[in-house]
Design a protein around this ligand. Structure first.
Ligand code: NDP
Length: 335
């Protein structure tokens, strides 16, 4: 069983040296356990936070242990009545090829139906990133038809879902993404009304001007994944009583400060800004997954995946995700 461990904690930007690939034998199963062959590993920005020591909303990833991560795979051996060989499952299998799961605890391993939804989608559109999009959009922004919703990191796993869910709700949707290719996909494949390439704008004023053209009626809801200049530019176009769902601030995940230039607009525009962590809202997962699953199964929802091949490629792919090298949901294909 090849595994990737956290070897050391990064100072600022992480490197491949922070990880270590090892090979260990798969232990024999005891009663209640299940052996899963992981087919796909999900790489997610939150993993950067777990690499740090110190207090956050979740405990740090311990050194010299298998990196935490969501996985989908197939049961290949079972000593648990609820799981049989061949079942497709989703869980937190970590950065490794096989995982032994103590499946007696409810919820640690979930069976999934791959008749209409591909297995990998349970790590993206019909998984944690999809629910994240749903929560921030529906519960925080709560848009009305005809309102304008803006989302950053628009071509990503979360951003792509935000825009499509907002379109279903009758909104005008504007994405912000890095580069002309990502922007073209956001409009042409995902069906956003417009997308702005933030890399083509040197400063806040220029980005904000582009936003004025793309959102002539102003911004009613902003789903924030990035922070920094993009947030400032959107704030300058915010309408009275607009809402910001603060989902991520990837521009600061290596410890960079992220100044906010116009906090006074929160006051003058009577805005709401609310941060959230999706795993603290388990109560919405069934409703969110039902909508997302139906949209994917009926082909109304589009998503893109970037696949790295083999567990050894996980560190490099993860570092790429933090730099925007991924295009859509970043996965590692393990079989
Ligand atoms: P993505 O698939 O969107 O990948 C990350 C993207 O962020 C990159 O592709 C890149 O897109 C963009 N990016 C990276 N660095 C920068 C930067 N310095 N400035 C601007 N853009 C940058 O990842 P996810 O969809 O998985 O996650 C999106 C956000 O949602 C993240 O911030 C993540 O932490 C957050 N999140 C929060 C959760 C919660 O519970 N609050 C749960 C899940 C995710 P581009 O090339 O367009 O710049």
């Amino acid at each position: 069983n090849r595994q990737v461990l956290l070897a050391s904690r990064p100072e600022g930007e992480p490197t491949v040296e922070n990880f270590r690939l090892v090979e260990t034998p798969v232990p024999a199963l005891t009663e209640g356990q299940v052996l899963v062959r992981n087919h796909f590993l999900s790489l997610d920005p939150y993993m950067r936070g777990r690499m740090n020591e110190g207090k956050s909303y979740a405990a740090p990833q311990p050194l010299d242990e298998v990196m935490i991560g969501g996985t989908v795979g197939e049961v290949i051996e079972s000593r648990n009545d609820h799981f049989k060989v061949g079942d497709k499952v989703v869980g937190m299998g970590g950065w490794q090829e096989y995982v032994v799961v103590n499946a007696t605890q409810r919820g640690v391993l979930q069976k999934v139906d791959t008749t209409h939804v591909p297995l990998s989608a349970y790590l993206g559109a019909v998984g944690m990133p999809g629910v994240t999009a749903w929560y921030g959009l529906v519960k925080i922004i709560n848009p009305k038809a005809g309102e304008t919703v803006v989302v950053s990191a628009a071509s990503g796993a979360v951003g792509g879902a935000v825009g499509q869910l907002a379109k279903v709700r009758g909104c005008r949707v504007v994405g912000i993404a890095g580069g002309p290719q990502k922007c073209a996909q956001v409009v042409e494949e995902l069906g956003f009304d417009a997308c702005i390439d933030y890399k083509a704008h040197a400063d806040v004023k220029s980005l904000s001007k582009a936003l004025k053209d793309a959102a002539p009626n102003g911004v009613d809801g902003y789903f924030e994944n990035v922070g920094g200049m993009i947030l400032d530019a959107v704030m300058l176009r915010a309408n009275a009583f607009s809402r910001i769902a603060l989902c991520g601030m990837i521009a600061g995940y290596n410890g960079e400060p992220i100044p906010m230039s116009y906090p006074q607009l929160l006051l003058t525009n009577r805005m709401k800004l609310e941060g959230f962590i999706v795993s603290e809202h388990m109560e919405v997962w069934p409703e969110a997954l039902k909508e997302l699953g139906t949209l994917v199964a009926t082909g109304q929802f589009k998503y893109r995946e970037t696949l790295a091949q083999g567990i050894a490629s996980a560190p490099e792919a993860f570092l790429g995700l933090l730099k925007g090298k991924n295009f859509g949901k970043q996965l590692v294909k393990l079989v």
